[in-house]
Design a protein around this ligand. Structure first.
Ligand code: GLA
Ligand code: GLA
Length: 694
């Protein structure tokens, strides 16, 4: 695995003498409970195998009840109590939710929406990322906390704010406008350069002074697309800047304590370009919640995989997931038996060295009282708590895995925030295009074939992979085009799709025909996009059905092979899927949307040509999600049963069973049989013999 050299790595500071282990815990919110409950909490934490909790995330109003009064006594007691019971603390800086006195005194910290509405207090995260007033109050609190707990033996890591940008990433206030201008000055240096980049000759948008520039607020028609793209980049950077400002205070006062913040690599949460944030923290943390639907488990695996890619393959911290239902989806499903453990262990397979839940004890009041927790409303006599305790024991058995890194897959999916943002702008050929969905569909195809694939940010070094799938890689600056071209000329196999290679970093079209920057490499030329209406489909000559998008594709290089043609519709007879052999490599192009099932068929053929095969026995392919970690001694194979049926694992390489989640097979049979929704972890000490023929 290629690692991101800029990513630092300082892990949780476990107490002196602690043996290597995986972390296990939760967000702990003791301020919601009377003190008597705290003692029971720590007793149950011990019982469950909890080793670390995140504390004080939403405690600002309790720690600083008025502008000039502070109350740390309760937190001192909780810190001491946790330490006495051997539980480490990932201490929050508590700045996520400003207290009522602050928003009353300074309503100018409140964020403003695109349409000019103020986001009032009453929920949480009602602060402008660029507010100097908010910043100074927040940093004062960070300073107080860091000073007070600098030498506390429970302090194992700092947790900056909470899910930065969850509710306030795009703020259109006057503070944001001012900060946006400064960001633009830094990026473009001169107005001429900005005017060129933004294409302001269009619609009379030429700027003659910096002060005229605004965030893309509600406008009469489509706002300038480069202004929109830059505002997304700026908004992500503004939150990163807040992260760095808090971190600097912490580094000054507690230079030896690692700093993290919980990312939200999940679903359609898209505001923060985490590939660019990873270098700012000592270790990467992520929150993940399952989004129900046919690809729910694929999405979990995809997200965890991308977090590992962002973390450069190194261990990371799953800061939040749920023991069962959440409270913020339209319908909140409870997990089925086995899912709690499977979800957690899938993250561990993808490199999580600590797994934690939101939250420890289910709230009796407040907006999240119907959100599951480790100790549910029903108490510690519950099935959930039994599962929580079993998971604690399973994680303890997995201690040998701690510190191991991801074993690179031969294939990788390229993921790019600029492309995500720009491909889905308004004023485009189709508003039905979904960037992340297309990437996820390709990931599902890999899962269906039982072939491991990494998910890596577009800035990664691609040289460690043999196959790269870059779906809807829309924004392709010259530098990225060169890296992809070099990859193919070096023997790599590239697969890309419709709406890729189209624009440069300024969202200017690469002229001469699509797919622009990748046209020559792919050996195809497209004169016009021909997207399909919602529900419309056309057939390909191999029997597949295409939706969303078609194009008038012409093969321009004689060696290009047409793998499938459009069979009906306006493009009938034209190439739909092509592959151009290039030296020992190749460049394939898929000009339409095929969906996960049909992509698996196509991908299978492309992987065969590249010599990339499944490491799983045939009976397990598509049914088992395989992730592999490694250290200098061994490989660790995580096999998660994706189905509700047992899976026969006969034919796996020999390995020692390190851990197995429940439910175990009723007949107690060994490693050969994976229970429904079960997970098996094998240690292969010889570094992993190839799979036996099956
Ligand atoms: C986020 C937050 C938590 C909680 C959970 C609920 O992840 O960080 O405070 O609100 O969502 O799922
Ligand atoms: C209107 C406007 C044009 C252009 C077209 C696009 O006709 O007058 O400037 O925007 O719409 O269809």
């Amino acid at each position: 695995m290629t690692t991101n050299p800029s990513v630092q790595h300082r892990w949780i500071r476990w107490p002196e003498g602690a043996t290597p282990r995986l972390g296990y815990g939760a967000d702990y919110n003791p301020e919601q409970w009377p003190r008597e409950v705290w003692r029971e909490d720590v007793r149950l934490m011990r019982e469950a195998g909890v080793t670390i909790v995140s504390l004080a995330i939403f405690s600002w109003a309790r720690l600083q009840p008025t502008p000039d009064t502070w109350d740390f006594a309760w937190l001192d007691q909780v810190m001491d109590l946790l330490h006495e019971h051997g539980i480490a603390v990932d201490l929050a800086t508590a700045t996520a939710s400003p207290p009522p006195w602050l928003s009353t005194l300074h309503p100018e910290i409140l964020p403003v929406t695109r349409t000019g509405e103020t986001l009032w207090p009453g929920a949480r995260q009602h602060w402008r990322p660029t507010s100097p007033v908010f910043r100074s109050h927040a940093l004062r609190l960070v300073d107080k906390l860091a000073t007070r707990y600098a030498t506390h033996p429970a302090l194992a890591a700092w947790h900056i704010s909470n899910e930065l940008g969850c509710h306030n990433v795009h703020d259109y206030s006057d503070d944001a406008a001012g900060a946006f201008r400064l960001w633009l000055r830094d990026r473009y240096r001169s107005l001429d350069t900005l005017n060129h980049a933004w294409g302001t000759s269009f619609w009379s948008q030429h700027y003659s002074a910096w002060e005229q520039i605004l965030p893309p607020r509600l406008a009469a028609s489509h706002p300038n697309p480069t202004q929109q793209l830059d505002f997304k980049r700026f908004s992500s950077d503004a939150l990163r800047d807040h992260l760095c400002a808090e971190r600097e205070v912490l580094r000054r006062i507690t230079p030896d304590v690692p700093v993290t913040t919980n990312f939200m690599v999940m679903g359609e949460t898209r505001g923060m370009d985490y590939a660019g944030w990873a270098a700012e923290v000592d270790f990467v943390s992520n929150d993940h919640y399952v989004h129900p639907g046919p690809q729910a488990l694929d999405e979990l695996s995809f997200s965890a995989n991308l977090v590992s890619g962002i973390a450069g393959g190194r261990p990371w911290y799953l800061m939040e997931h749920s023991t069962s239902a959440v409270n913020w989806q339209p319908v909140n499903r409870a997990k089925l038996p086995g899912e709690l453990a499977r979800d957690s262990l899938l993250h561990v397979g993808h490199g999580a060295d600590a797994v934690a839940f939101f939250q420890w004890r289910q709230s009796a009041a407040g907006a999240e009282k119907y959100h599951s927790a480790m100790v549910p409303h029903a108490g510690a006599g519950s099935e959930v708590f039994r599962d929580v305790t079993r998971l604690g024991a399973t994680l303890a058995a997995l201690a040998p895995v701690a510190g191991s890194v991801r074993k690179a897959a031969r294939a990788a999916i390229v993921f790019d925030w600029d492309s995500w943002w720009a491909a889905e702008h308004d004023s485009h050929p189709s508003e039905l295009l979904r960037y992340r969905q297309e990437a996820l569909d390709w990931y599902s195809a890999f899962l269906a074939l039982g072939v491991r694939a990494d998910v890596v940010p577009a800035g990664s070094d691609f040289s460690g992979h043999d196959v790269l799938v870059a779906p809807v890689l829309h924004v392709v600056p010259a530098e990225l085009a060169k890296r992809l071209t070099d990859f193919v000329h070096g023997g790599g196999h590239l697969v890309t799709t419709y709406f890729s290679g189209i624009v440069d970093e300024n969202d200017h079209v690469h002229l001469g025909g699509y797919p622009g920057a990748l046209r020559e490499l792919l050996g195809v030329q497209v004169e016009e996009f021909a997207p399909l209406s919602d529900g419309e489909q056309v057939r390909l000559d191999n029997g597949d059905t295409a939706t969303l998008w078609t194009e008038a594709v012409t093969a321009t290089a004689p060696e290009v092979r047409v793998l499938a043609r459009y069979a009906d519709g306006p493009q009938a007879g034209r190439p739909a899927v092509t592959r151009r052999p290039v030296a020992a490599g190749s460049a394939a192009y898929v000009s339409t949307r095929l969906g996960p099932r049909q992509l698996a068929g196509l991908l299978g053929g492309l992987l065969d040509s590249a010599g990339v095969v499944s490491e799983l026995p045939a009976a397990a392919r598509g049914r088992v999600d395989l992730t592999v970690r490694r250290d200098e001694r061994a490989e660790y194979w995580f096999l998660a049963n994706r189905t509700d049926e047992p899976v026969d694992l006969a034919g796996l390489p020999d390995g020692e069973v390190l851990a197995r989640s429940w439910p175990t097979p009723a007949d107690g049979s060994g490693a050969e049989n994976l229970a429904p929704r079960g997970v098996l972890v094998l240690r292969l000490s010889d570094g992993g013999a190839p799979p036996r023929p099956v």
